[in-house]
Design a protein around this ligand. Structure first.
Ligand SMILES: NC(=O)c1ccc[n+]([C@@H]2O[C@H](COP(=O)([O-])OP(=O)(O)OC[C@H]3O[C@@H](n4cnc5c(N)ncnc54)[C@H](O)[C@@H]3O)[C@@H](O)[C@H]2O)c1
Length: 350
């Protein structure tokens, strides 16, 4: 039995807790949260009696083999490094942390501990990503030389810690862009990034004035606090000549919300969002291929189940982590370089 603790029991934690709870080889033994009321409620809901408000106390518990870290971004490195030093396996939510220095320290701790250490790059675990990866690994799309991805929310700054730069490390770029950059970079075969041009904008604020249209708000929504960008775009160039363009917003004067992830190779292309499809050429004819799958779009619950199950298999020594901390470091480097480029108003070399 793998004994697991979950640190941070807010919104996303349920997608970790439920698959642990359902797994026959896992015992969910402890929860930790700064918010005592939330902690107690979650403990009652899942029948977990070891409840901590200080993660350091949880880590002293010798019974616990592994932890999921589902806290605010700013705390990921500190808690993750302490957990590895305490001999626990670690699954840390995205982003790995909020800056490159912390990312390197996290990687060092992971290396020295010899424990399983996985970043919650959940998009890698979507079933369509896994299918597409097979096509890519078998060369069906040839060399990928361009990828383009967007998450444009017209009204969707969640507020709370998300819009407090100190706790989040940034806005839509570090929150949503991290998924897009990671997914495209992973599908492209993890080429080495060499330069970045980025722009960030704070033109619209959190638009708390808008009426008649509801949007998701974090538990501790406070309209007075918002110092993160509301739009970011970036062009990343890789050593092999390939490039990646992304744009992400918490709010933008766009007609509707948009999610798209597209990759283009010299033999074919693919769209993983909004709907999985593959583009090919055969006998001088262009083909649009619609894979027949249960979910043609990203399935949140299924991907989280896959991610947590993969972590469990790795902790039990049956599998190798597909999203190691070192990948989190590379993604962190790209994100930091985008923020730096936006601030300097010019291209930044990595
Ligand atoms: N993979 C995804 O698709 C996805 C989606 C949403 C959020 N996330 C990530 O999950 C993390 C949490 O996001 P959320 O939406 O659940 O936020 P949330 O605010 O709902 O929950 C975070 C919880 O962590 C607790 N917390 C913060 N610091 C703590 C500490 N030092 N010790 C103990 N508890 C602490 C808070 O009290 C809160 O209950 C973030 O890093 C976010 O980027 C990932």
């Amino acid at each position: 039995m793998l004994k697991v603790g979950v640190i941070g029991v807010g919104s996303i934690s349920q997608y970790h807790i439920q698959p642990y709870k359902d797994h026959p080889e896992v015992e969910l033994v402890a929860f930790c949260d700064l918010n005592e009321q939330r902690l107690k409620k979650k403990g009652e809901e899942y029948g977990v009696s070891q409840l901590y408000t200080d993660y350091k106390e949880l880590l002293k518990n010798k019974d616990i083999d592994a932890v999921s870290i589902c806290t605010w971004n700013e705390t990921h490195a500190e808690i993750g490094i302490s957990a590895l030093e305490a001999g626990k396996h670690v699954l840390v939510e995205k982003p790995l942390c909020t800056n490159v220095e912390e990312a390197h320290a996290f990687e060092k701790a992971a290396r020295e501990s010899g424990k399983t250490a996985q970043v919650g790059f959940v998009r890698r675990h979507g079933s369509n990503t896994k299918i597409l990866k097979k096509f890519l690994d078998n060369g069906d799309l040839g060399e990928l030389y361009y990828a383009k991805a967007s998450v444009l929310r017209r009204l969707g700054n969640p507020g709370g810690w998300f819009s407090d730069k100190k706790r989040s490390g940034g806005g839509p770029l570090i929150d949503l862009g991290v998924h897009l950059i990671d997914l495209c970079w992973y599908l492209m075969g993890k080429p080495k990034p060499v330069s970045v041009t980025g722009n960030t904008y704070h033109s619209l604020g959190n638009r708390n004035n808008i009426q008649n249209l509801s949007f998701y708000k974090a538990a501790d929504f406070d309209p007075a606090r918002n110092d993160v960008e509301d739009l970011a775009n970036a062009l990343i160039r890789f050593e092999n000549g390939a490039s990646l363009f992304i744009d992400v917003s918490f709010t933008l004067h766009t007609k509707e919300n948009e999610v798209s992830v597209k990759v283009f190779g010299d033999k074919g292309g693919a769209e993983i969002e909004p709907e999985f499809s593959i583009v090919a050429e055969k006998y001088d004819t262009i083909l649009n291929i619609d894979p027949q799958v249960d979910h043609s779009e990203f399935n949140f619950v299924e991907a989280f189940n896959n991610e947590v199950d993969h972590f469990i298999q790795c902790c039990l020594g049956r599998s190798e982590v597909i999203a190691p901390i070192s990948d989190g470091v590379e993604v962190m480097k790209m994100i930091s370089a985008i923020y730096e480029s936006a601030e300097l108003g010019r291209e930044v070399n990595l």
